[in-house]
Design a protein around this ligand. Structure first.
Ligand code: IMP
Ligand code: MG
Length: 210
């Protein structure tokens, strides 16, 4: 078995801007704009799965996905893998607003033993980098053969340190995005696209005509 998988083969992520895709009428009240349409997500997830397959085929791979934001991404990614692998989930949420201590709260711990396995941590979006840095550090204690990270979205403007993910789907601008697993107040995870919220959703006090 190779000690570490080869350098990630994925092409660099595109920086996405507003898409021409129209927000479906059913969501127009809440969603201002589509950033990444469902077909574009599907194509990129397939590219990511292909690159990951090339890198890990024949290795002992454990995918560790972070709940809850990865539910759609994980399901779409792993169905392309045509080799044996294990999947486990961890629940982790960072304290935001309120305490803003940067500490992580684990709501579900890992069950699998990672020793002597390659580990690929999957998350929805890399923002400050605190979550993935802390999770990587914690999983490294189990002495896996290697650890890499894979995120659908990267928001480099949010980064508080130099953390980089190994496989990145898209780069997004400095905006709060929802859909395809990502939530605002546990809503919008089911949307098949990634979009930007209407301002009145997160600033309900804003008068319509100031
Ligand atoms: P980090 O520790 O700041 O990198 O936080 C990453 C986590 O914050 C993600 O897994 C998401 O749960 C959440 N997050 C960060 N930015 C967004 C966003 O734009 N929309 C939805 N969730 C976000
Ligand atoms: Mg998350």
């Amino acid at each position: 078995m190779k000690a570490t998988p080869p350098h990630p083969r994925l092409s660099p992520p595109a920086l996405v801007g507003p898409s021409r895709a129209r927000v479906p009428a059913a969501h127009a009240e809440d969603i201002h704009q589509i950033l990444i349409s469902a077909p574009r997500i599907r194509r990129r997830v397939e590219e990511m799965a292909h690159a990951i397959s090339e890198d890990y085929r024949g290795e002992r791979l454990v995918i560790v996905a972070l709940l809850n934001g990865t539910i759609l991404f994980l399901a779409d990614l792993i169905r392309h893998f045509e080799f044996p692998l294990r999947v486990d989930l961890i629940g982790v949420s960072s304290y935001r607003g309120g305490t803003s201590s940067g500490e992580l709260e684990y709501t579900k711990r890992l069950k699998l033993d990672l020793k002597d396995h390659h580990v690929l941590i999957v998350d929805d979006i890399l923002d400050t980098g605190k979550t993935l840095r802390a999770v990587t550090r914690e999983l490294a204690l189990q002495k896996p053969t290697s650890i890499r990270t894979c995120v659908l979205l990267d928001k480099p403007s949010g980064r508080s340190d130099s953390f980089q993910a190994d496989y990145v789907g898209f780069q997004v601008p400095h905006l709060f995005v929802v859909g395809y697993g990502l939530d605002y107040d546990e809503r919008y995870r089911n949307l098949p696209f990634v979009g930007v919220l209407q301002q009145h959703i997160y600033e309900p006090e804003t008068p319509a005509h100031p």
